[in-house]
Design a protein around this ligand. Sequence first.
Ligand SMILES: Nc1ncnc2c1ncn2[C@@H]1O[C@H](COP(=O)(O)OP(=O)(O)OP(=O)(O)O)[C@@H](O)[C@H]1O
Length: 266
Amino acid sequence: MTQQVNDNIVDKSIKRVHKLEAKGVKVFYDDFEAIKGIDMQIKANKVTAFIGPSGCGKSTFLRLFNRMNDYVDGFRMEGEILIDGENIYKKKVNVEQLRKQVGMVFQKPNPFPKSIYENVAYGLKIQGIKDKKYLKEKVEDSLKQVALWDEVKDDLNKSAMALSGGQQQRLCIARTLAVEPSIILMDEPTSALDPLSTAKIEELIYELKQKYTIVIVTHNMQQAGRISDYTAFFYLGELIEYDKSKKLFTNPEKQQTENYITGRFG
Ligand SMILES: Nc1ncnc2c1ncn2[C@@H]1O[C@H](COP(=O)(O)OP(=O)(O)OP(=O)(O)O)[C@@H](O)[C@H]1O
């Protein structure tokens, strides 16, 4: 099934406008076909939400963009995933480099059992950066971007595990930003958080799209409506509908989308 977002952007501008692209993508876990042939283009510097009932393939599809499924037993993919026009599944692709460009934030905040400072500096240090002044600046800058700096600036040596869940998630986003990705994948980043922390992360996502291309899986349709520019509705491994969020949530083209967003199934 071919789904191109419906707003008159011509194909020849893919490299500039469409940051991510899937071409004829199928995913199998052994014999099970989890993604059944998806074509999709995702725009740069926008927030794109993936919605759909449990098991429809949102996370599987999201994880294709930084090759996180490569580790899964029985995983096999057909088709192409392109970033800025480059197929990221080509043999010569350096997966470590790719993951620097494509950061990921998970459902449960997963800070390392280290200090706040070390968590944010970690990615830079494993790149071999030793310059203390640079590291300090980068840590401060990343924590400021996630609006955590004021809360932690006097406690940078404190364990990250002592932070609240919402603070931990912002720290994990700061850790992702420190290595300067251009794309951030988020897999239900607020589902383990209280409403106040959720609101903070949503504000943050809104700010971050000035600089980053963000793709977010969410079960929360209000959230998708609030923060995303585009929404893709998946069902049973297919991309059913993909459009501007305002359109998809108010006037969907497909009956299945309408049934889902009005809570008739899922
Ligand atoms: N490692 C795996 N091995 C076998 N099957 C898997 C594996 N991971 C996912 N699947 C199957 O692939 C399908 C898609 O799963 P996926 O986790 O991508 O869906 P999802 O839409 O993200 O679900 P949820 O909203 O519950 O997280 C499901 O049927 C799931 O059971």
